[in-house]
Design a protein around this ligand. Structure first.
Ligand code: FE
Length: 171
């Protein structure tokens, strides 16, 4: 039994962040992704702050330069603010000058789901938490070595835990 085996496996087909309202199947490669965590809109609303709900569930974006982790370089780990999944390590965080927290890598490719996002007249790749489907931000191909990637993530979508506490938490 895995730690997640207690969850009901539900295939969620969510609309992308596009304002078109059309539903889009979420895929990782050629495999339809199943989120472990499924909650109703009302449950998310009651558990999250207004800002967290707007960004994580309604695919909002915090204003550039305003997020609490934008200019923030303590050693530790970043977890999904909706479900607590480990997402990023401070060792991969860098200053991109974009106004949003930026990472050149995720903890694991399986921590996130990447979705083509054609909203706002652009083609971008949306990044979601793979456990709960919470909207984190977008990933671009203009990051530094060794990956060349820039995960551009909303501060409000994450919760930071300092190194020592994070190491105990992950034991
Ligand atoms: Fe999550």
């Amino acid at each position: 039994m895995t730690k997640k085996s207690g969850y009901i496996f539900v295939l969620l087909i969510l609309a992308s962040c596009s304002s078109s309202g059309q539903e889009q199947k979420i895929k990782t490669g050629n495999t339809e992704h199943m989120y472990y965590i499924q909650k109703s809109d009302e449950e998310w609303k009651s558990e999250l702050t207004d800002d967290e709900y707007r960004v994580l569930i309604q695919c909002g974006t915090e204003l550039p330069g305003t997020g609490k982790y934008n200019n923030f370089y303590k050693k530790g780990k970043y977890y999904c603010a909706a479900c607590g999944q480990l997402l990023f390590d401070s060792g991969t965080k860098y200053s991109s000058g974009s106004g949003w927290p930026s990472f050149f890598d995720v903890i694991s490719d399986s921590s996130v789901v990447l979705i083509e996002d054609r909203s706002h007249g652009m083609v971008r790749t949306e990044v979601r938490c793979s456990d709960c489907g919470g909207h984190l931000g977008h990933v671009f191909n203009d990051g530094p070595e060794p990956t060349g990637l820039r995960y551009c993530i909303n501060s409000v979508s994450m919760k930071f835990v300092e190194e020592e506490e994070a190491n105990n938490k992950d034991k």
